[in-house]
Design a protein around this ligand. Structure first.
Ligand SMILES: Cc1cc2nc3c(=O)[nH]c(=O)nc-3n(C[C@H](O)[C@H](O)[C@H](O)COP(=O)(O)OP(=O)(O)OC[C@H]3O[C@@H](n4cnc5c(N)ncnc54)[C@H](O)[C@@H]3O)c2cc1C
Length: 470
């Protein structure tokens, strides 16, 4: 086990710009046994640090010790069964690289390539292609977890299932028994907010999205797919938002891989770099998997669609993975990069919403945003996973007063989105920064139930203290 005391700054902050305090040591176990030994010996609280790309302060801590998963990074591919065993500290980019060599892919891909797979499991990560394939939850087949009970739990999907609302199982010689509350209505949408609880659920799902509050994930088995022959990415431009939304509603019914959107403020921000965006206000992006010899028929379908919506061909750009033509991706990715650069230059914290609603509440969601945003002069940019009714509103405040106003707008939106049954965290989790919004989504009783489950697995509150719960 490496114990680092010098040069530990890289382990002390995440991408929300939250910082750890009073940390003197970072522990870097080389294998699961070393980690288990550490947990058995220490009585200090510990915080797990994956890639540090989290956006809610989950990997930072005030005191205790930091455990980095960076050395638990082995990747083993079972090509025949399309299963990959990944150490929790393996980076998404390394997993993607290894899979590609084997002509396989993991479609969730949560964008930020230096995230770890353990971090992805902890936050129940989603990516643009979750539009078709769902979150990492749909891919996890097995987890190995070091529990704060100082035990190792290896659990496969299907192995321990709740009997209606009750879990009852043996952990070595210890009987574990607890009840859950069925939250199906709240969680059957794109959400990573609080514990996942559902009638007859699989125990493995409780640990996915628990933000490390129930234990340290050490090994993960993921199912993966054969790489598609090609992926086409389409970018369509609109001058009218209503028309863009009509098109989005239509294409949502089709078999597309991802469906993303950029509003007029966003397009205006990056226009100067891309002449093809001249006279364009709104952008819609979608991807499609292409089977060999089916390219022609896909393009014909797209042409029919353009005709149906009266969209001129010069308003469409296409990228293809196989042809390594990436202009559509370049434009899509340039927006968050440009916003992050603005934020860095102003040296302020990014204030970005991460809400989602059910399909039937899409129009209500847009009304809430229009209504609240029409009253502010703060710069904002709306973009993201519109196919999953999940948009990020990025505020770029100019000064302290505008920062406060942005946070107040955020708060009002969180309340209203939760009121219509939406989630206050679609993909980033709760961590330490979004705890206050969780009460808009869940009653005290449900939050108490979640906390009581935490107490069963972590009676001394040692593991990722302060995440999700105070
Ligand atoms: C530019 C950018 C784009 C992003 N895009 C997306 C996106 O499209 N979709 C999305 O879902 N997220 C996105 N994120 C957020 C972030 O990448 C994810 O939340 C990611 O899953 C965090 O992984 P990490 O390894 O960096 O975790 P960290 O930031 O290190 O930790 C995140 C949380 O997980 C816990 N944790 C980490 N490893 C373990 C483990 N082995 N066992 C138990 N708990 C653990 C930590 O304690 C912490 O609470 C984005 C972030 C950035 C900066």
């Amino acid at each position: 086990m490496r114990v680092v005391t010098d040069g530990i700054e890289n382990f002390l902050q995440d991408e929300s710009n939250s910082k750890s305090t009073s940390i003197e040591k970072v522990y870097i176990p080389e294998n699961t046994q070393e980690l288990l030994d550490l947990i058995r010996q220490t009585n200090q609280p510990w915080t797990i640090y994956g890639g540090g790309t989290g956006l809610v302060g989950g990997a930072v801590s005030d005191g205790g010790i930091i455990i980095s998963t960076s050395a638990l990074n082995k990747i083993t591919i079972d090509r025949k069964n399309k299963i990959v065993c990944v150490g929790s500290g393996a980076l998404l980019k390394d997993l993607n690289k290894e899979l590609l060599k084997n002509n396989l892919w993991y479609p969730v891909d949560s964008t930020e390539q230096t995230a770890t797979i353990g971090g992805n499991v902890a936050t129940n990560a989603w990516g643009p292609r979750s539009h078709k394939y769902g979150s990492i939850r749909n891919f996890v087949q097995e987890l190995e977890i070091i529990l704060p009970l100082k035990k190792r739990l290896k659990i496969s999907r299907g192995e321990i299932i709740a009997d209606n609302d009750t879990f009852n199982f043996l952990l070595d010689d210890k009987e574990i028994n607890f009840k859950i509350t069925d939250l199906s209505e709240k969680i059957d949408l794109k959400s990573s907010a609080g514990y996942y609880m559902k009638k007859n659920m699989d125990l493995i799902d409780l640990f996915i999205g628990a933000e490390g509050t129930l234990g340290i994930v050490t090994d993960i088995k993921l199912k993966v797919f054969d790489l598609p022959y090609d992926i086409y990415a389409f970018m369509l431009s609109f001058s009218d938002r209503q028309k863009a939304f009509e098109f989005i509603k239509y294409i949502k019914q089709k078999d597309v891989l991802s469906l993303e959107y950029m509003d007029n403020n966003s397009v205006n921000l990056i226009k100067h770099r891309y002449p093809i965006l001249k006279n364009i206000e709104y952008l819609v992006f979608f991807e499609k998997e292409i089977e060999e010899k089916k390219e022609e028929s896909i393009l014909q379908d797209i042409n029919d669609m353009l005709e149906k919506f009266n969209i001129a061909i010069d308003r469409v750009k296409i990228s293809s993975t196989k042809k390594k033509n990436s202009i559509v991706y370049e434009i899509r990715e340039s927006l968050p990069q440009t916003i992050n650069e603005m934020i860095r230059q102003k040296n302020i914290k990014k204030i970005s919403t991460d809400f989602a609603v059910r399909e039937e509440n899409f129009d209500k969601m847009i009304k809430i945003y229009d209504n609240i945003l029409s009253k502010t002069k703060i710069k904002y940019f709306i973009f993201g996973h519109i196919g999953m009714n999940s948009l990020h509103i990025n505020f770029v405040p100019e000064d302290e007063r505008q920062i406060e106003e942005s946070l107040e707008l955020y708060n009002v939106m969180a309340k209203e989105i939760a009121f219509i049954g939406g989630t206050i965290s679609a993909e980033h989790g709760i961590g330490k920064l979004k705890k206050k919004y969780l009460q808009y989504m869940y009653s005290d009783q449900i939050l108490k139930k979640m906390k009581s489950i935490k107490e069963i697995f972590d009676p001394c509150n040692l593991c990722n203290r302060g995440n999700i719960f105070d």
